[in-house]
Design a protein around this ligand. Sequence first.
Ligand code: 4AD
Ligand code: MG
Length: 476
Amino acid sequence: MSYTVSQLLTQDITFQPIEIKGWVRTFRANRFIALNDGSTINNIQCVVDFENTDEAILKRITTGAAVHIKGELAESQGKGQKVEIQVSSIEILGDSDPESYPIQPKKHTFEFLRENAHLRTRTNTFSAVMRLRSALSFAIHGYFNDNGFYHVHTPIITGSDAEGAGEMFRVSTLDAKNPPLNEDGSVNYKEDFFGKETNLTVSGQLEAETFAMSLGKVYTFGPTFRAENSNTSRHLAEFWMIEPEVAFMDLSGNMDLAEDFMKSVLGYVLEHNREDLEFLEKRLLDEEKTKPQAERSDMSLIDKIKFVVDNNFKRVSYTEAIDILKNSKPNKKKKFNYIIEEWGADLQSEHERFLVEKHFKCPVILFDYPANIKAFYMRLNEDGKTVRAMDILFPGIGEMVGGSQREERLEVLIEKMKALDIPEEELWWYLDLRKYGTAVHSGFGLGFERLVMFATGMSNIRDVIPYPRTPQNAEF
Ligand code: 4AD
Ligand code: MG
């Protein structure tokens, strides 16, 4: 019978002989194969009877080769494993040239592995990260399903700029060299595929709102695209976002939902992905040893996740946060790149990290931001200058979630759009929600890769998505 490595290592196997297919990690002393098939971080040791195996076959058992092994599962004599396979026959399914195979059995830098992203999931680190990514995705759908949410597939190609930030990728079939022009020389998009300008979506929120205002509780979990030219370890041009949207829920309910949701999905991986987490925890410890003492974390990866699961997020208004920042040491000593002078300042990631890592030392929900630094759709507070926005900041990551209670009052929304030059004709359908049965509603967006970064302890967002898209880079 055929098994996976995970099954062989964790289940009671009674049917013998067994069969397995996988890739050779190492082959030692012409005798011991460490075999991995992606089902677990662990390899299974396969012991080859080299005296009775063809010399030509032995030569082809090299790192990276795909093999089909038949044999008996036996108690292992060696240290570090309970069972091993006594190989009775081995077939080479796919050879690997040991000279040129990029994934040698040694430490590679993450930069090198990014250039070989098509093979990097053959390493322990990247296979563990991608299994965790998969588990988190599953847990997210599970959470919403258990809590009465419907999954909506919002469009990828859209005619509106949900965030109003203008950082969009155009979708067009016009001839870039010779586009049809209007009389004034501008491109005539009426002749484009959709008869108007279209882009890849930056967020599924606006369409999700229409579903919340009919199905009640919904969420999207899809790819989003942003053409921001920020080459940081936390930004991708293509990333995945989870956006729940709930009718009749206000900002405080939104905070409760976000906190419960994040605790639940992180709790899921603590329970189901222990071995991968333990591996990544060790990796992180090794990495931290190379850093100066002051930059090392005082908590291990699993402790950090547990801390988030077990403790309440701190809820702090923007106004309180500004006071804390104004009086902080790095602000007074001008250590911040952007000094906080007064209320109204936009927070940079250095400020967010100060708040979560130095001041509160726990996840923080900042709320009630100045209206003019947030998107047009957020509900204006009675003070006339702040909106019911919330950002959730995480230690080591910065902003993980952005959300708000939505402006449900037609006149106020129209006023706001006018002030920002957002044409009413473009969002007529969005305004209709405020004309017909409007109600308080709220939602948020969680950057999936940032969550995976937190759960895996990886410090570069390029290393938690299969094939990162960043400025000047769309290989694979
Ligand atoms: O704060 P943002 O821009 O919020 C929205 O898009 C809202 N429409 C969400 C909503 O209310 N439904 O983005 C949400 C989250 C951020 O907090 C961050 O975690 C992530 O998306 N994010 C990115 N992740 C990776 N690369 C980028 N370039 C990102 N931009 C935002
Ligand atoms: Mg944001």
